[in-house]
Each structure stands twice: as C-alpha cells, then as structure tokens.
Design a protein around this ligand. Structure first.
Ligand SMILES: [Fe+2]
Length: 279
C-alpha cells in the first residue's frame, strides 16, 4: 500500500498562492471564487466542483487534470520498480512526531552490510529497534535538513550508533551529534560499495540536501508525490531545486520523500500539478 498522499487540495492551493505571493483574497478575486470557499478549501472543508478546481488551477499555473485527480483522490503514484539485483537493501520506517508520520530510511550496501540512517525522526526508537533486529550497525547518519521531525532524534542515534552525521554546509547546525560533517554540493560519500551523492536542493530550508545513490533519491521535504514541499526559505529556490536537480534525473529514478508515498521522476512529471507539462 502506497498510503495517502502528503498533500491535499488545500495544501496545494496554499503552496501555489505562496509562489505568487497571493493572499486568499487575491486567489478568490483571480478565480471568481468566494473568499469563504477558498478558506474552506484550505482548511480541508470543501472540495468544489471540477470546473471550479480547473479554474483555480488555471489562475495558479497548475496542471488542471492533475489537481483534480489529487483533489478527488483518484491518483496515487505507481511505486518505483524494484531492481531485481539491487546493490542495496532499503528499509523505510515511519517514525512519528506526535501523530505526524515522518519517513526515515535504513540503507544497506548488500555486499558489505555497511549501513546508513537517512533522517532520524523526532523519536528514533523505531530506527534503533529495526537496526538491532536486522543486526545492522549504521556507520553514518545522513540528514536532509534541520527540521525537528527529521533531526529531532539525532542525539539518541548518535549515542546508539556512535557515528558521524552529515548535513548540508548551508544548513543550520542541528544539535546532538559529536561528529557533524558538512557537505558541499556534489560531494560523494562511500557506503561500502555504494556511492551516495549529495545534491544541494534548497528552498524548503536554506541548506537542504538530497542524497542520490544509483537511481534512488532521498529528497526530504523537497518534493512529495503530487505536490512540493513548503517553501520556508525560498519558493523560487525550491521550484528550481525540483526542476533542475530532481525532475532532471532519469524517469525511472525512485523518489523517497520525508512524508507520503514513494514515487518516481516519471510519475511526478506526468501527474504533479506543479510540474506536469513544465519539465
Ligand atoms: Fe521539513
């Protein structure tokens, strides 16, 4: 089961407004929708008729049919195709911050058993338990960005695994690691026989990074199946990170985000309301 999408119609409208620096009043006026209805949509209280969704998409420069499909919950991404002879094993864990699920990953080089954790969640007991069950001893902790739901468990993992943590050089430094290593764009880390490339993907945060190994990308909160992350530092930076660094990868590339289901470059190019028809 892929699980529900991270974002609903209301989230997408809010993020698209953010890209235009529009208020809810601006969107209401541009689309001919009442302000009350815009407010209800953004608080998940209203899914309007298809014609109204298409009009909202038009004024927000979104792909209309894709927005309708997300709003009506008629689309979910085809999952990445499993490589029949993978160089790595991947374990995806839901680590909750309160009731909010965050995806963290254990990535293991098959040949050497070298293992890394990708993001810690806020309460990383599940990661420590899973690593123990699998008899894995992670030798690296990779951090996509410094938000509490992604790094909040760093101190606990540092104590459990006693290994270095890596984060983008432009990101605010998280606490909890006794050996924090700063990454530059294009840096390549070795994990056994695997090579993991660091891609700068700012915009959700100022120094967020994604990690690429083979045709698998761990993208934090940059892009979600059917949506994009929240542009906390810069909407245009985030948009360009996605179009230039993520959706420029081969179409079969698997995307493993920090929230919501896994997807692929192909699926997002064809179904993401923000990017369909633009990349
Ligand atoms: Fe985040």
């Amino acid at each position: 089961m892929a699980g529900p999408l991270e974002d609903e119609l209301g989230d997408i409208l809010e993020k698209a407004r953010d890209g235009k620096s529009w208020s809810q009043e601006d969107l209401a006026s541009a689309s001919g929708t009442s302000l009350r209805d815009v407010q209800r949509m953004e608080s998940y209280d209203l899914i309007p008729e298809t014609e109204a969704i298409l009009q909202l998409a038009k004024v927000l420069d979104l792909h209309g049919p894709s927005l309708v499909a997300v709003a009506r919950e008629t689309w979910s991404p085809d999952p990445p195709v499993k490589n029949p002879d993978p160089a790595f094993d991947l374990h995806c864990l839901n680590v909750f911050m309160g009731a909010y699920p965050v995806k963290c990953y254990l990535l293991k080089c098959r040949e050497t058993n070298a293992t890394t954790v990708i993001d810690t969640g806020a309460n990383p007991d599940a990661i420590i338990k899973k690593a123990s069950e699998l008899r894995l001893a992670p030798s690296k902790i990779l951090l996509t960005h410094n938000h509490p739901d992604h790094v909040g468990g760093l101190r606990q993992l540092d104590e459990a695994f006693n290994c270095p943590a890596y984060i983008g050089a432009n990101e605010l430094r998280p606490s909890g690691s006794r050996n924090l290593i700063l990454l530059e764009d294009g840096d390549v880390l070795e994990l056994g026989r695997l090579k993991i490339k660091c891609l700068f993907t700012p915009g959700h945060t100022q120094g967020g990074v994604s990690f690429l190994t083979n045709q698998t990308l761990f993208s934090g909160d940059v892009i979600f199946a059917g949506s994009m992350g929240r542009a906390n530092s810069s909407w245009s930076d985030l948009y360009h990170s996605i179009t230039r660094e993520v959706l420029s990868l081969p179409e079969a590339t698997a995307l493993h985000p920090g929230h919501g289901p896994a997807t692929t470059v192909r699926e997002e190019k064809r179904h993401n309301p923000f990017f369909c028809g633009k990349v």
